[in-house]
Design a protein around this ligand. Structure first.
Ligand SMILES: C[S@@+](CC[C@H](N)C(=O)[O-])C[C@H]1O[C@@H](n2cnc3c(N)ncnc32)[C@H](O)[C@@H]1O
Length: 257
């Protein structure tokens, strides 16, 4: 028996329960050898209930693939990707408390995941592109959401992006024209036009909620940052393919002759 397996053997349910308590309040309800980390989650058995809705849309066999999980929290999605055989999973979060939970959960699950304390705004520091980038449940927590998508596209997105955002407002999506006349104002009243709600104070008791898009806005921002939506398996979840863009951040402003 090697040192690691003997340490794992000593992790009785009581010890796991105690460690889970010491690690503070959990957002992910994980099952750590029978110990539930957030059994009273307001969204139920989260994120398992969410994952069930779109798990089929992610390749079952990830052998040979690399994955970056941005805003990994306690590591639910990272562990799932490891279960599917991903060669390498790098998981980042800017919150050291959540990372400590994720490290413990990975240890209990014997999942080899590289954790780093890093903000999405600093992904350039990773210096590598990944086959799959997971960006779930983070966009609406950012003051600068489009910047984050642009940085992901520029520095780490190699092929697929698994994206999720809380959405509010209409679920309608209208076809957009290339341009609108200055006096065209009605289009802004259309439920299917991209809109994002700015939360100045709090939403749902949480002052880290900043911008909440409607569905049309999620899709438009993804496109604008260089991600083509290829599947929409769940209301808030979009699977995208990274599109090559020949200029940084999408837009160039040519000089007027
Ligand atoms: C709602 S949780 C989503 C967790 C997980 N991705 C999921 O979908 O279940 C948001 C996570 O994003 C992290 N986060 C928020 N802002 C971040 C930032 N600027 N850089 C990296 N992580 C961030 C939070 O610490 C938290 O763990």
């Amino acid at each position: 028996m090697n040192a690691q397996s003997s340490t794992l053997e000593s992790l009785t349910q009581d010890r796991i329960q105690q460690r889970v308590r010491e690690l503070g309040e959990w957002f992910h309800n994980l099952d750590l050898r029978g110990v539930k980390t957030a059994p009273n989650h307001f969204l139920g058995n989260y994120p398992q209930v969410k994952f069930q809705q779109f798990a089929h849309a992610i390749p079952e066999d990830l052998r040979g693939k690399t994955v970056l999980d941005i805003g990994c929290n306690a590591g639910f999605y990272s562990i799932e990707m490891k279960r599917r055989g991903a060669d390498r999973v790098v998981a980042i979060d800017f919150d050291e408390c959540y990372l400590a939970q994720a490290r413990f959960a990975a240890e209990v699950n014997e999942a080899d995941i590289e954790f780093r304390q890093l903000s999405v705004y600093d992904v350039a520091q990773i210096g590598e592109k990944f086959d799959i980038v997971i960006f779930m449940g983070v966009l609406y927590h950012l003051r600068h959401p489009l910047l984050a998508l642009d940085l992901i596209h520029e520095h780490v997105a190699g092929d697929l992006l698994l994206f999720q955002s809380m959405q509010r407002g209409s679920n309608a999506v209208m076809p957009l024209k290339e341009d609108y006349h200055f006096w065209e104002t009605e289009v802004f009243e259309s439920p299917g036009f991209p809109q994002m709600y700015f939360i100045e104070k709090k939403y749902s008791g949480d002052n880290t909620n900043w911008w909440i898009p409607n569905r049309a806005c999620s899709e438009a921002m993804l496109r604008s940052a260089g991600f083509d939506v290829i599947e929409h398996p769940e209301e808030e979840v979009f699977i995208c393919r990274t599109r090559a863009m020949n200029n940084s951040f999408g837009t160039v402003y040519p000089c007027k002759p």
